[in-house]
Design a protein around this ligand. Structure first.
Ligand code: SF4
Ligand code: SF4
Length: 247
């Protein structure tokens, strides 16, 4: 009888995009690293080990490690994903990592999603336009449960940028509101505390930079790590805009 020993750990090869846009001597290239896989290893753990033990200059972003801060979006074998949520066990022996497209590259795997989101919010005025100034002493306003749930669903966006990176239109057209932008617009359109009328929203969203620029192939929906109901969001926006009767 032969006693089966422990399964030897996999040797992973990481192919990682390297480039420092601030350094004139730097050119975009891929760099290879070898790393022994450990049980329950995530890309967060693997990249930290690579940086600690092999190359302290490797740039990438992480903060919360639990899919809340939205910092660690990257292309994992070509697909946008959060590094902290991605187990190496679900990946092949060769793991290719690139920064998310669309966003300004800071260096290696690190991108500036904040700049893109700030611009999107400013262009679409995606904040509350209330009739009254905020009064912290005012009693809470009642809201229908289903509506509150729908608004909350939109609020769960962690602004990781995975949906934006997956979107062919956002990759080609910087003025497109993008999936995360459309989600944010819908969140304020639904909110009865926002005073903007459907006709006001028509100017913002009823064009090719808004919901009618979306091709509807739903790559964004497939990669969203928070499973936001983006399909329902776009359907809601289209219905609302068509109901205005405006052209
Ligand atoms: S469904 Fe629309 S928003 Fe989503 S990835 Fe496709 S074009 Fe972009
Ligand atoms: S909608 Fe989803 S994929 Fe897009 S930024 Fe928000 S959490 Fe990330």
């Amino acid at each position: 009888m032969s006693a089966a020993g422990p399964t030897p750990a996999r040797q992973l090869r990481f192919e990682i995009f390297r480039y420092d846009p601030e350094d004139p001597a730097s050119t975009p290239h891929m760099q290879s690293f070898e790393l022994e896989e450990a049980p329950y290893m995530t890309l967060y753990i693997a990249l930290n080990q690579l940086r600690e033990k092999q190359d302290p200059s490797l740039q990438f972003d992480f903060a919360c490690r639990s899919a809340i801060c939205g910092s660690c979006g990257m292309l994992v074998n070509g697909r946008p994903a959060l590094g902290c949520r991605t187990l190496t066990a679900g990946l092949p022996d060769v793991i290719r990592l690139h920064p998310l497209p669309v966003f300004k590259l800071i260096g290696d795997l690190s991108v500036d999603t904040g700049r893109w989101f700030r611009q999107m919010v400013e262009e679409n005025e995606a904040w509350m336009h209330a009739a009254q100034p905020f009064d912290p002493q005012a009693p809470e306003q009642r809201m229908d449960d289903d509506l509150a749930q729908a608004i909350y669903a939109g609020e769960r966006c962690i602004e990781c940028g995975c949906c934006v990176a997956s979107c062919g239109v956002a990759n080609l057209r910087p003025d497109f509101a993008g999936p995360a932008g459309l989600n944010r617009i819908a969140r304020f359109m639904m909110d009865p505390r926002d005073t903007r009328s459907d006709a006001d929203w028509f100017e913002v969203v009823s064009n090719s930079d808004g919901v009618f620029g979306c091709l509807g192939m739903m790559a964004c929906h497939d990669v969203c790590p928070k499973q936001l109901p983006l399909l329902e969001v776009y359907a809601y926006l289209r219905r609302k805009m068509l109901a205005t009767g405006l052209r």
